[in-house]
Design a protein around this ligand. Sequence first.
Ligand code: NDP
Length: 312
Amino acid sequence: MTTKIEKVKVLIIGSGPAGYTAAIYTARADLKPVLYQGLQPGGQLTTTTDIENFPGYPDGVDGNQMMEDLRRQAERFGTDIRWGVISSVDFSSRPFKIVADETKTILAETVIIATGATAKWMGLESEQRLRGYGVSACATCDGFFYKGQDVAIVGGGDSALEEATYLAKLCRKVYLIHRRNEFRASKAMQHKAHNTHNIEMLLGYVPVEVTGEKNVDGLIVKNVETGEQKKLDVQGFFVAIGHTPNSEIFKGQVEMDEAGYIITKHGTTKTSIKGVFAAGDIQDHVYRQATTAAGTGCMAAIEAERYLSSDH
Ligand code: NDP
């Protein structure tokens, strides 16, 4: 049942670096943004440990701490940050009609979508237990911690091959595990990986268990045809089997690609609906970094502000 109706100038959906950066900028522009945190307040970074590549933290920062810092910064300028989830949106007319927590209706002049993407996991119990302790879904973020060590990465798409090549520059050895004998990655990416001397490919294999008490000390893999198992002595295990953009509630409302990423006009955060902007991983399957998410969050805020002060 829908009861209350509220009017806002800027509604931000999502509380990762994109959402909070959009909040900081729109709050400082006196637009009194309302931000809904969603199911995972703080977003993907709250599931990692040390972040060493976000500018401004020379000694690195814990993911939860960084998101807490961003939240406080957004709050300092008056962002109305709320627990809760957006249950549906209607972008067919302006102001946009948004329902929060299935009960509250919000009429928003602009909407910034920053709901991010969720990394896919293998679904192994040991993988979840050791997440952040040797198991990671982001080689660019965490590869540095395995300098000179041996690691394994699973997947056969562009992400897995690109990340394997990246890891090979830092690590002594990289096992690339893929369940089929053929990669779906582009030929160019395959060529690069094949020509990297310290990548060993295990085709027709799947990971069955990550070993280690407090930190990863190995990975057991199984040959899908013969069932034969072997243990790889690795200190890091990277999962690169794809991401799912968190765009379910926007289906049919804004233009998306086949995978469900929101399409933005090149060089902007503008979506197919005027007044609706998308920032961060929900519109980016290439870079997926906190820094790029924050950058597009800033762009969305500036574009929302300009939209509001124009005649549309
Ligand atoms: P993809 O969906 O392309 O690939 C996922 C890979 O993981 C597939 O090889 C798949 O195997 C494998 N996989 C999926 N589930 C499992 C599972 N449960 N167990 C084992 N293996 C599994 O995802 P990507 O993230 O690689 O790429 C997403 C998109 O982003 C693509 O369009 C890609 O081209 C693009 N991209 C482009 C880049 C660039 O241009 N520089 C860089 C990175 C991504 P199978 O093949 O058997 O299905």
